[in-house]
Ligand binder design. Sequence first.
Ligand SMILES: Cc1cc2nc3c(=O)[nH]c(=O)nc-3n(C[C@H](O)[C@H](O)[C@H](O)COP(=O)(O)OP(=O)(O)OC[C@H]3O[C@@H](n4cnc5c(N)ncnc54)[C@H](O)[C@@H]3O)c2cc1C
Length: 381
Amino acid sequence: MDERITQEARHFIDTIKRFVKDECMPAEDAIEQTGRLPDGLIGKMKDLGLFGLRVPAAYGGSGMNLLDYCYVIKELSKTHDALRAVISVNNGIGSMAIVHDGTEEQKKHYLPLLASGDYIAAFALTEPGAGSDASSIATTAVKENNGWILNGMKHFITNAPIADIFTVIALTDKEKRAKGGITAFLVEKSLKGMRIGNIHNTMGGKGWLQAEVIFEDCFVPDKNLIGAIGNGFKIAMKTLNEGRLSAAASAIGIGERLLSMGIEYAKLRKQFGKPIAEFEAIQWMLADSATELYAADRMLADTAYRFDQGEDIRTQSSMTKLFATESAFKIADRMLQLHGGMGFMKETKVERMFRDIRAYRIFEGTSEIQRFMIARELLRG
Ligand SMILES: Cc1cc2nc3c(=O)[nH]c(=O)nc-3n(C[C@H](O)[C@H](O)[C@H](O)COP(=O)(O)OP(=O)(O)OC[C@H]3O[C@@H](n4cnc5c(N)ncnc54)[C@H](O)[C@@H]3O)c2cc1C
């Protein structure tokens, strides 16, 4: 384990390892079949304080730094992805705008609820017409008396059907757009004029939902502004920077689990009178996977540590997300291949993980967008 991870976090990571092995892994098939997270497990995750890892201690969380947090997420990702998702959204894209830019009143009210898991959060940026080009959003917020009227539609929003609060990114000045014309709002699900539309039917990711969020003359009071008017694009990008490292951490966790399953199977499965682990073709699959995981892990530790030191890690965060998620997908493909026909069957968990990891190359910025941002930085000036 990276030597910069605190002693306290190491103990906690050991606890999560046991929790994952003893309580989460046995529940994986049920989660996959029902698409629901067992109440008992959610309760235990609350008791462990998992919902508030990144929430500052003053507001009921554990105030973990990003490095420690990423390694907790990596461990949690070794089980069903839905368990990781509910935790990483509350700690990441769902709450970070409030943590960094919220008013004292917002922090005091919402952060303890998020840290305890009593409130579930969501982050609503993407729209049918605005994905990679987030600055082209069409959801508007128009000033009226002591608040704002929101109109528009978001889609692919994780947790939307179960979320209590949403960080919503809306257009407040069509001319300025990303340069001062986009603002962040805190929207409670109970607000009139806001509703959840269709729930998307997805290829993987059972147990964590994406849905449309629709605003029809939804009045949001001034006190629900997050940060300054016009600062919403910066707030969204800052939130995603951290989110990318969490996505990388998860991808590495999934990759490590897949690799250990591959090693185990390669030793057990015999063909031509010997374990398939003795064939060079299989050994290379394992060796390449281990090498990529090692590199991704080092990138993660270094970038998260530098973030905690206050460095600007925008480019490194893109590189880490790109490399970790692309590698994890390759590893999932190799490990499925290593399992032969069994890898295609639902009785092994490889096929589920293969479907789940696919989304990682898309959400929190596609691989193409990460490359675009890295190259833009290289070519600057
Ligand atoms: C499982 C899942 C969960 C999600 N959760 C959330 C959430 O909670 N909140 C939220 O706001 N959004 C969420 N999203 C949305 C996600 O962030 C977007 O899907 C993603 O940013 C890509 O946008 P898009 O789907 O519109 O694709 P598009 O932007 O339409 O891209 C289509 C293709 O074109 C490529 N492309 C686009 N622009 C360029 C370019 N300049 N150079 C090269 N290639 C380019 C893309 O890489 C992609 O291959 C989620 C998505 C998924 C799949």
